[in-house]
Design a protein around this ligand. Structure first.
Ligand code: HEM
Length: 122
């Protein structure tokens, strides 16, 4: 289930990411470009790769580390993206919230990498 939700959410982030790219292109306003880039790369590309790894190695998707990876990543990424967007719109008080989201996300990534080393050996 986790591998399916990673792919579904990746698809949603892809829609949001290309939608932002489209909006930037037609309005010629590029202030949100870092959000666009991170939604596409952390949301679409990275999450689609997580899903494919878990599809290729289903046992790796059943561990507590995989569940922690999913929960922390999907909590941290939207917090980070919304806070970054607000920050770029001028709400400088959102700065620490970017760090909070990034911290959750990176702990999720650490869980993923430990899981890879433990589960994928050959
Ligand atoms: C319909 C699809 C897309 C449109 C219309 C679009 C549009 C744009 C625009 C207008 C910029 C700002 C360029 C600049 O001011 O220098 C940009 C930057 C960027 N986009 Fe997209 N984009 C699309 C899809 C994607 C995808 C799928 C990815 C990654 C998987 C991506 C990654 C990036 C990155 C990393 C930057 C920053 C580049 C830099 O720092 O110079 N974009 N995009």
């Amino acid at each position: 289930m986790l591998k399916i939700w990673f792919l579904r959410l990746a698809g949603l982030y892809f829609l949001v990411g290309v939608g932002m790219g489209y909006a930037m292109s037609i309005t010629e306003k590029f202030a949100q470009m870092p959000v666009h880039a991170h939604v596409n790369l952390l949301g679409w590309v990275s999450m689609a790769i997580f899903s494919l790894v878990y599809f290729a190695r289903p046992a790796a998707a059943e561990t507590r580390l995989a569940k922690a990876h999913f929960a922390l990543y999907n909590l941290g990424l939207p917090i980070m993206m919304v806070a970054l967007s607000l920050f770029l719109s001028g709400a400088k008080e959102a700065g620490p919230v970017i760090g909070l989201g990034a911290t959750l996300l990176i702990i999720g990534v650490i869980c993923f990498v430990i899981n890879l080393f433990r589960q994928i050996k050959a």
